[in-house]
Design a protein. Sequence first.
Lengths: 241, 124
Amino acid sequence: MTTKDLLGLSKDLVAALERGDEAVADVLLDELAGLRETQLFKEIGRLTRQLHDTMISFSVDAQITSLTETEIPDAKERLQYVITMTEQAADQTLTAVENLLPISQDLNDQSALLSGKWSRFLDREMPLEEFKAMTAEITQHFEQSKGGLEQMQLGLNDILMAQGFQDITGQIIRRVIDLVQELENSLVKLISIAGGRVGGGVAAVKHHELPGPVVPGVDDRSGDVAHNQVDVDDLLSSLGF
Amino acid sequence: MKILIVDDFSTMRRIVKNLLKDLGFTNTVEADDGRTALPLLEKGNIDFLVTDWNMPGMTGIDLLKAVRANPALANLPVLMVTAEAKREQIIMAAQAGVNGYVIKPFTAATLKEKIEKIFERIDS
């Protein structure tokens, strides 16, 4: 409806009233009122849409605010913890290897030496005095082998246990990936509200139902987590376990 | 003694398997979540279950509940080895009938101690 239409209708109405033509005046009045109503509804519709969009952008804003204020810094700490854990695992493994290599080398050298002597003994090239010395060396070698192999067993177990980092860090990284996905979705929503041009549905973010690995400084703030096996054992024994 | 190890991370299954071997338990089978574990358990001849909690498909706590709900498996000893450390979760597992609870990261000594404790209780 334009001002021109309104003006035209109004002029016709005035003319009809001046003529005293009430029938025409009534029709024109109805027409004018109708136009006014349509205009009002349109305006209300526009305002409602605007309000709706604003509400959505508010919720997206709130989402992004929470993401940037708490979850992104948390994610940084989680990733930092991943670095710490992988570093510890690498250190533990390297330390074990560094301890084991000289043991293995020593035993290997001793074996080679004794093996040479043993061959000479079998070939009957060994004088009795040297044979006596060799039996003492063999006894010593057995003792050293036993001690060395026990240490190797421990070291290999250390290396085995160090690999536990992969499970924990894997779980933590999965969570950070989901967070990045969530952030991306929020940004896409925001862009679609601002420009209204980004197509495609926004994928639902998978939310973890389970709290997962405890990252120190992030997940233990509320104090409702067990920090170690002792905490778990205490809790279970308080339950009568 | 046949032991079923359930964890979605294969590295963790290998660690547990090797630790059990070190403790003298060489007969182990593996599954990567509750859904694949349950048929193995239902087939019978599993004497001990070691399970993670957080796994896709079917979680360890649901597996534990399913085990306890099955009369044939109701008395199967179950050890939970998991990174889940919320107090309410530990209580939930206890209420569901878990026999032991070890949180990751754990030591070989802890696992050994918990397993021995479980078997002591069964034997007595």
